[in-house]
Design a binder for this molecule. Structure first.
Ligand SMILES: *Cc1c(COP(=O)(O)O)cnc(C)c1O
Length: 235
């Protein structure tokens, strides 16, 4: 199957999951996760109408962006690339310039750096806070107990806007195993929304990947991050 075919299949599955959950399909964005895949494949997805993408490394996108520019020309400016991988504070400057959104912020330190770059450009950078709900050592993100304090500090930064939360659940063979994590993230969002009412609307919940996005949509996801389902395996 071509990338265009994969995309239309995933879009249909998103629509079906929305229908099942009684949600409007326009509430759920599809992010194409292109990490490790060559720029030719991003170009193919872009030509099939995909504009929202995710990469997990700052430098990988910097390299690919130049190559993508030679493939699709000035339209590269229309590619909305988000960083979905852990960001170290020493790379925050570069990241703030290279990405349209940072979806895995997990410290005040990183947020402060993003804010100072963004403030210079006069733009407001949208960010998501990554929440760690799984006990797995390899997972990044803030624990639930730290969220309220961190949000309170980040609210002071005018150069970034916290749009919501993202999470990566512990891997389970059965997709139903992911449901409690998705439900938990939504409950946390609702709790933070009432705690910061008026200051933070927190409309975005980035959750769900190739194998479990339908469940994530049922639990309120507004952005599903699909890699394998669009581009095939990462080898
Ligand atoms: C790689 C990655 C994805 C995509 O995973 P697939 O299973 O290939 O769909 C989604 N989210 C994050 C944070 C990733 O690193």
């Amino acid at each position: 199957m071509s990338i265009a075919e994969n995309l239309s299949e995933i879009r249909a599955e998103i629509a079906a999951a929305c229908e099942k959950a009684g949600r409007d399909a326009s509430e759920v964005k599809l992010m194409a996760v292109s990490k490790t895949h060559p720029p030719q494949m991003l170009a193919e997805a872009y030509r099939a109408g995909q504009t929202l993408f995710g990469e997990n490394k700052v430098q990988e996108w910097e390299h690919k962006r130049d190559q993508l520019h030679s493939l699709i020309g000035e339209e590269v400016a229309k590619v909305e690339m988000h960083l979905i991988g852990n960001l170290q504070s020493n790379k925050a400057n570069k990241a703030a310039w290279a990405f349209s959104g940072i979806d895995a912020v997990d410290s005040v330190k990183v947020a402060a750096k993003l804010n100072s770059v963004s403030a210079q450009s006069g733009l407001v950078l949208p960010v998501l806070i990554e929440v760690k709900l799984s006990e797995e050592e390899t997972k990044h993100g803030l624990p639930e107990y730290a969220l309220s304090g961190v949000l309170r500090e980040i609210l002071e930064f005018d150069g970034i806007e916290v749009r919501g939360f993202m999470t990566v659940p512990a891997f389970t063979e059965d997709v139903e195993g992911a449901r409690p994590y998705f439900k938990k993230l939504r409950e946390i969002r609702d709790a933070m929304r009432s705690e910061f009412h008026g200051d933070l609307a927190l409309p975005e919940l980035s959750m769900g990947m190739s194998h479990d996005f339908a469940v994530a949509i049922e639990e309120g996801s507004t952005c599903v991050r699909i890699g394998t389902g669009i581009f095939g395996s990462r080898g």
